[in-house]
Design a protein around this ligand. Structure first.
Ligand SMILES: O=C(O)[C@@H](CO)OP(=O)(O)O
Ligand SMILES: [Mg+2]
Length: 435
């Protein structure tokens, strides 16, 4: 029963329980259950990045796999089960802003490093899901209201490199977006067709077809051009037009290879100055139907960011990930100073749902786009699929068309599209248009 005798919904938090589970890289992570007085359950699992921004909220983790003892995560779990549970019990889960403010105050640090951003985020998201359950509403509608009907354009990462694979590719992600699809379900079908063609093409060329952390292939290619050529050919051989039907996108994750003021392409064996790196990227935008580049420049190369934005920002989405860390204040500063034109939104970078929603709102207010995103270390949790629809942001980045940690999000969006029926709208190419 979710209603009281008077018919009002009682979303009072009764119990908060955390446990250690494993993520898609086989590393420990946090899962939280929030149960309300009426029995409604919200469950959320926390993801984790490999190419993290320097100013992300601080999760309590366990280092690399060789040191897998669960100690950092166990600390976060203990904080949820102890201090956090005691403090939020009796709060109204439907008062998300109040709950998140209380969690931030309880932690007391700027980066949520005392309790752990993973502890805080698990509770924040599980509470939202419990409140949605109490309201007998799917999460996207509970958070987004009657207006939540826009299915996002998916950015599908079909070639992995950088910190997400053990191949020489310097750039982390080569993605496709089926901009010409009529529905989300059709976009998924188109993407998976290209994924299968790409597998055949890579195999025929003698390349390995094992996948990286986000489910894209991780062949031993050396240059971005080689990867883009394979993807372009796969789109064409599947029967689609690169550009009008399926666009290309990249996340070089440039902070990862910016060293001593130089972009060090170790796999390619080339070093490029910030100006040369920007030239190189601009050249790729001219030569290929690349409609979006995330983290084209490093988080501490703001001059490079501004130069590239001035140069190609009118024809290419430039999305800040490491540079903004989903932080509203960092984003507002970037908007003010011309650093990109779009923001990547990763809930665990900032640590509460309220803060992530504020970042999306700030982007939209400025006429910027916002892209809802997974982390390279994921779980079967599909919250970000609902958040993409709830915010109406129109774009989601959640990996390839393989690995259940990635396809879980696509499948959830297929279900949401079906549930919305005639009111569903697929963002398609319009997602990339800024106000
Ligand atoms: O750089 C990124 O955008 C992400 C997700 O694709 O990777 P990570 O989670 O490792 O930061
Ligand atoms: Mg990124």
């Amino acid at each position: 029963m979710s209603a009281t005798a008077t018919g009002a919904i009682d979303a009072t938090i009764d119990t908060v329980t955390a446990r250690r589970i494993i993520d898609s890289r086989g590393n420990p992570t946090v899962e939280v259950d929030v149960v309300l007085a009426d029995g409604s359950l919200g469950r959320a699992a926390v993801p984790s990045g490999a190419s993290t921004g320097a100013r992300e909220a601080v999760e309590l983790r366990d280092g690399d796999a060789a040191r897998w003892h669960g100690k950092g995560v166990d600390g976060a779990v203990a904080h949820v089960n102890g201090e956090i549970a005691a403090s939020v019990r009796g709060r109204d889960a439907a008062d998300q802003a109040g709950l998140d403010a209380a969690l931030i105050a309880l932690d007391g640090t700027a980066a949520k490093s005392r309790l752990g951003a993973n502890a805080v985020l698990g509770v924040s998201l599980a509470a939202a899901k419990a409140a949605a359950a109490a309201h007998r509403s799917p999460l996207y509608r509970y958070l987004g209201g009657a207006d939540a009907h826009l299915l996002p354009l998916p950015m599908m990462n079909i070639v992995n490199g950088g910190a997400h694979a053990d191949n020489p590719l310097d750039f982390q992600e080569f993605m496709i977006a089926p901009v010409g699809a009529a529905t989300f379900a059709e976009a998924v079908r188109m993407g998976s067709e290209v994924f299968h063609t790409l597998r055949r093409d890579l195999r025929a060329a003698g390349h390995a077809t094992g996948v990286g952390d986000e489910g894209g292939f991780a062949p031993a290619l050396r240059t971005a051009e080689e990867a883009l050529d394979f993807v372009l050919a796969a789109i064409e051989r599947t029967g689609y037009r690169p550009g009008p039907d399926i666009a290309l996108l990249m996340d070089p994750a440039s902070s990862e290879f910016f060293r001593d003021g130089v972009y060090d392409y170790a796999g390619e064996g080339v070093r490029r100055t910030p100006a040369e790196h920007a030239d190189y990227l601009a050249g790729l935008v001219d030569a290929y139907p690349v409609v979006s580049i995330e983290d084209p420049m490093a988080e501490n190369d703001l001059d490079g960011w501004r130069e590239l934005t001035a140069r190609v920002g009118d024809r290419c989405q430039l999305t800040g990930d490491d540079v903004f860390c989903t932080d509203e204040a960092l984003l507002r500063e970037g908007i003010r100073t011309g650093v990109g034109n779009s923001v990547l939104v990763k809930v665990n970078q900032v640590g509460t749902l309220t803060e992530a929603l504020a970042t999306v709102a700030a982007a939209h207010e400025a006429g910027w786009t916002a892209v809802m995103s997974h982390r390279s270390g994921e779980t079967e949790d599909t919250t970000i699929a609902d958040l993409a629809v709830a915010t109406g942001c129109g774009q989601i980045k959640t990996g390839s068309l393989s690995r259940s940690d990635r396809t879980a999000k696509y499948n959830q969006l297929i279900r949401i599209e079906e549930e919305l029926g005639d009111s569903a709208r697929f963002a398609g190419r319009s997602a990339l248009r800024r106000a």
